[in-house]
Structures are given as C-alpha cells and as structure tokens.
Design a binder for this molecule. Structure first.
Ligand code: IMP
Ligand code: MG
Length: 188
C-alpha cells in the first residue's frame, strides 16, 4: 500500500516561473480578441469551472468585447493528488438556462480531458446554439479521452503547475504568474 505523506507547501517565490504575469496578460488579451472576432454581433455565455478557472475567466471576460454573461459550474476535484480516479461529479450546476445560447466553457487546465468531456456532454443536453472550450493551459500528452479546446492559452508538457488560479491542495491560486511545482514536494 502506498504510504501517505502530509503535503508541505514550499513558498511560490522559490519555484521556477513558467509564464510571467506579462506573458499571461498578453496571451489572454489575444484570446479575448480572437473570441470577440469569432463571435462578432453575438452574445456569449462564459461558463467557468470552479475554482481554478475563476481568475482566467475574470481576465478573459474583460478582454472580450462582445456581450458576455457568466455562469459557473463546480465538479469534484482530484484533491491534492494528480492522479485521476476517472470519476467526475457535478457539485454545482449552471444557474441560468443556456438553450440556444453561444456557450464557452472556461477551464484552467485541460489535462486528462475527463472533466471537460463530462461537462461538455452535460452542457450539450441543454441544447446550446454552440459550445466551445477555452482553457488557459493544455497538457496534450496527458489526455485519456479525446477532447481538444477551441481556445488555448499555452500548451505545456507534463509538468505540475500552480498559480493564476491553479492550486496544489487549494494553495497558490493567488500567485500571479504560473510556476512549476517542485516534483519532490512531500504529498505531491
Ligand atoms: P482533467 O482534464 O479532467 O484531468 O482535469 C483537469 C483539472 O485537473 C484541472 O481543471 C485542474 O484542476 C487539475 N489539474 C491538472 N493539472 C494540474 C496542474 O498542473 N496544476 C494544478 N491543477 C491541475
Ligand atoms: Mg480545475
């Protein structure tokens, strides 16, 4: 049986930066412009996946110039482990109907794809006019189910990251750049 180790939380300041605040801002601005062009003359509904996508959504929404409303969903998380049980459970559903709306699901990281393929299936049952996916980060090498995002901030290798909404055991979400979480941290 695997031994369990209490997680430790090294300071973010000591972790290597993968993307700076400025690089993130530039990329999110470009995504906002792309989305605004793609949806010119239309309204959109941005559905953020709590909690990780909250910060990306708040920046992306302000980089979008077409009319946009927000909603949020929450799903069961991995906890502090990066292993996926494969089971995704809805904890919070959307508040407002999305039938005939142009919906963009907004996520922090597209990893195995289990979360977003589950959510996509769920949202499609509501018969939106269109459904696209925006993710801040994409780890294509980790995919267990076939799913791609329509809007990707950055594609990254199989490395665990924190900051800009992304956590390790709920910590580091408020770190304003994206950093590499040290692999040798106990509890990781
Ligand atoms: P998946 O695509 O279903 O595997 O789930 C993606 C979710 O796993 C993301 O929304 C994150 O919450 C979490 N996740 C995956 N990789 C990382 C990482 O490197 N740092 C923090 N959270 C991660
Ligand atoms: Mg998440």
């Amino acid at each position: 049986m695997a031994t369990t180790t209490a997680p430790t939380f090294p300071p973010a300041a000591g972790m290597d930066i993968l993307f700076t605040k400025a690089q993130i801002a530039d990329r999110v601005h470009a995504l906002g412009q792309q989305i605004s062009a793609d949806y010119a003359g239309k309204d959109i509904v941005l559905i953020g996946v709590l909690k990780g996508a909250a910060i990306f959504l708040s920046d992306l929404a302000r980089a979008i110039t077409v009319d946009a409303t927000f909603d949020f969903v929450a799903v069961s998380s991995y906890g502090r482990a990066r292993v996926s049980s494969g089971a995704v459970k809805l904890i919070k559903d959307i508040d407002n109907p999305i039938e005939n709306k142009n919906v963009i699901l907004v996520e922090d990281i597209l990893d195995t794809g289990l979360t977003l393929s589950y959510l996509r299936g769920l949202m499609l049952q509501h018969k939106p006019a269109s459904l696209k996916i925006a993710t801040c980060l994409d780890k294509p090498s980790r995919r267990l189910v076939p799913i791609e995002a329509d809007y990707v901030g950055f594609s990254i290798p199989n490395q665990f990251v924190i900051g800009y909404g992304m956590d390790f055991a709920e910590r580091y979400r408020n770190v304003d750049d994206i950093r590499l979480f040290p692999e040798d941290t106990p509890g990781h």
